[in-house]
Design a protein around this ligand. Sequence first.
Ligand code: MLT
Ligand code: ZN
Length: 483
Amino acid sequence: MKREIIHALEKIVGKAHLATSTEECACYSFDGTGRSFMPEAVAFPDSPGQISGILRLANRYRFPVIPRGAGSGMTGGSLPVRGGLVLAMGRMNRIIEIDTANMIAVVEPGVITGELQARLARHRLKYPPDPASLKFCSLGGNVAECAGGPSAVKYGVTRDYVIGLEVVLPTGEIMRTGVRTEKGVVGYDLTRLFIGSEGTLGVFTRLVLRLVPLPAARETFLLTFSSLRSATTLVAAIFRTGLTPCTLEYMDATAIQVVRDRLDHPPPPRTQALLILEFDGSHAEVARQRQRLEEFLKGQDLTCRRAENDTEREELWQARRSISPATFALRPDKISEDVVVPRSRIPDLVEFTSSLAGRYGLTILTFGHAGDGNIHVNIMFDRRERQEQDRALAARKELFRQVVELGGTLSGEHGIGITKSAFLPMEVDPVALDLMQRIKHLFDPAGILNPGKIFSQFTADSKVSTPDASPSPRHLRIDRKYD
Ligand code: MLT
Ligand code: ZN
């Protein structure tokens, strides 16, 4: 990056809040994908005005600007694939307001999701989206990717809780969208357009969040099965009975195996799958759901254990949240997907992944948010084994074809980023795809904000192409080439 740009950036954020050394830049070069691209500098802004100044400068000198929350993303949304400046939002981490009367919170994007939830609990309020990384991910990143989590099955995802935004546009203009009310239909819903736009349309500087009352009671059940199909078919049946769980998570035998040591009450050794089912609400409502569940489960071929207390429940959730990192005990690399299918098709999806694993000679595990059909498929491999990596890539392509065939979607919560962009045309209507790209151009005519994401990698004939990274001279790639 030119000296004059560095000087101008120092003027905007202050010398102490700009990093240019290789050591510091390396800390902002990777995310949850395990891939790494070196930025040329990292700025730590503290206000919308500073961000606006940076974006105006970027338009003048044409360098990429990449907004970054906590770097926990699973699809490369915050990776500087074309070099440039990373905008690390961690300093903008203030909880500005908790309006208990109207159940609204106003926060800056760098607030850690779990920290907001802990603060709200003191007011008996709840911000429901609960990605597995909630102890370290930040709300700005959650909004950029439209994060989900286990409780989405009852409460919905991030987009259901963001009612207003303050955003700095790629051109440097600062604007507000949305409302602070329960309803609002004035003009186009630009708030929704920004949510899930993966840092390509603007930089969030304030989030207005809708809250709900913290439920008074909660009960958690662990169902274990000696047959995989019995577990996966039970999911849709549970909803047909009228039960309304606030989470319904699924783990196959391999997912259980990787976290077994973390459980004080591990499932029986021959368990092929398990479901974690939770109800919340008033004490009476939870008791009613529990009774209904017990009636429903009578005669089914499974075991059911109720978490005795908060410690046991928390241990179960800790184990569930640690599946993703724990999988690296199986193989050093993975393709991590978050496909969604209609609930009734989960058994077909899971059977298909088992057949993929057999045909390609790979370890593939499935787990995740079965209640809303959002299944994490982790295809494990070792990138040092070239053929194994190729088999993993071929298996993923087949998986995506099958998901679309089953009436599903390629991503329920992780977004597209760089890891799935080659497959976008498999699902998205070509007219819609063209319109999306025109929207991006309208917002960001110079193409400076988070370039190389969502749209960059597919070819016109929909063939899978390799990442179009156009590296800068200082670009460093810790080679984990999955695509
Ligand atoms: C999860 O539900 O555990 C996360 O989304 C992470 C993952 O998919 O690996
Ligand atoms: Zn998940």
